[in-house]
Write a protein that binds this ligand. Structure first.
Ligand code: 13P
Ligand code: SF4
Length: 333
């Protein structure tokens, strides 16, 4: 296809005007794709705003678990993804690994009834369904502390999947004891939060040396990071938050305040023209978020107009039922 980006943008705009469709994009999308979206936000906002939207079609520019969450919350909507890109963290766990984690706890004397599972939204629908069926719920980086506080009220052990960093960071913030299955040999009976050993490869790029480098180079600089970063990074940072919370924090800083940000490159790059730095010498690009191009978006919208929608998200009925319960428990809070 030989269209320029400007031509593609015009065609996309025209298709959006003709079709009963909402285009949704996560903050980590390429700029040119992000600019075409009707709804943007962090994972929590995207789930809530898209659920409230009344268009027949949703074209979701992000990674697969996000499109699946829209389908699970609103099975009547037709959800298409310009690229079926998979978050690498979400792929670190499936329903079999989930069952094994529960068995690990049972083998160490914690019965299933004493386990309350919480899954980070960065997980596929089958894992969310397993969690829902066991009485648990979903959390996002924006509400993890609130969800865990509520869950602790039930007096059970929390099994947190799949992001060990988010689980450990919340435990540290709340003064709770955490352990990671297969990594440390703490008895799970002595821990409040038992984490699965999953992580985000993009957020693992940030190091304590990066923080020291910036603090030495620009005394007084603020360090703001996403809670998918290692606990050592979060402890050393001035601010830890979801993508929306990072954007808000940085937009409220005085213009001359320097800040180094530990999250995906596309988001950081669009924050402020001056005084905002990427907290890594290696460009922290999420490969899967970057898969979606303007051309993919155009072709997906065109497929709706042609009556042959492509890349439609399908989730079976049983998975929808339990994954929806896990997501709705979160939204109710
Ligand atoms: P947010 O929910 O903070 O947008 O994070 C999503 C994500 O994938 C971060 O890597
Ligand atoms: Fe998944 Fe990490 Fe990419 Fe977020 S940045 S979508 S957690 S791989």
């Amino acid at each position: 296809m030989n269209y320029t980006n400007e031509e593609l943008k015009k065609k996309i705009q025209e298709l959006k005007e003709r079709l009963d469709v909402t285009v949704v994009a996560h903050f980590y999308q390429r700029d040119e794709v992000y600019e075409m979206a009707d709804i943007t936000g962090d994972s929590l906002e995207l789930a809530m705003k898209t659920k409230a939207d009344d268009k027949e079609f949703v074209v979701f520019c992000g990674v697969a678990f996000m499109g699946q969450s829209v389908k699970v919350l609103s099975p009547e909507k037709r959800v298409l993804m310009p690229k079926m890109a998979c978050c690498s963290m979400a792929r670190m766990i499936d329903s079999l690994y989930y069952d094994e984690s529960v068995k690990f706890l049972e083998d160490r004397g914690i019965p299933k009834e004493q386990i309350l599972p919480i899954t980070y939204i960065n997980s596929n629908a089958d894992v969310k369904a397993k969690v829902g069926e066991m009485g648990g719920m979903v959390c996002t980086s924006a509400n993890a502390k609130k969800i865990i506080t509520t869950a602790l009220g039930e007096g059970k052990k929390i099994l947190f999947v799949p992001d060990r960093c988010l689980g450990q960071n919340i435990a540290n913030q709340m003064g709770l004891k955490s352990m990671v299955i297969g990594v440390d040999d703490t008895d799970p009976k002595d821990a409040d939060i038992i984490c699965y050993d999953g992580f985000c490869s993009v957020h693992q790029l940030f190091t304590v040396e990066d923080i020291e480098f910036y603090r030495k180079k620009y005394p007084g600089i603020k360090i703001a990071v996403h809670p998918e970063c290692d606990p050592k990074i979060c402890e050393a940072a001035d601010f830890v938050g979801s993508t929306s919370q990072l954007i808000r924090y940085i937009s409220e800083l005085p213009e001359e305040q320097k800040v180094a940000v530990g999250t995906e490159y596309n988001l950081v790059n669009r924050l402020r023209p001056k005084n905002t730095y990427v907290l890594s010498s290696t460009k922290p690009e999420c490969p899967t978020m970057n898969e979606t191009t303007l051309e993919d978006l155009y072709l997906t919208l065109k497929s709706i107009e042609d009556g042959k929608p492509v890349n439609e998200i399908e989730v079976d009925e049983k998975t929808v039922k339990w994954a929806r319960i896990a997501l709705e428990r979160m939204l109710e809070l």
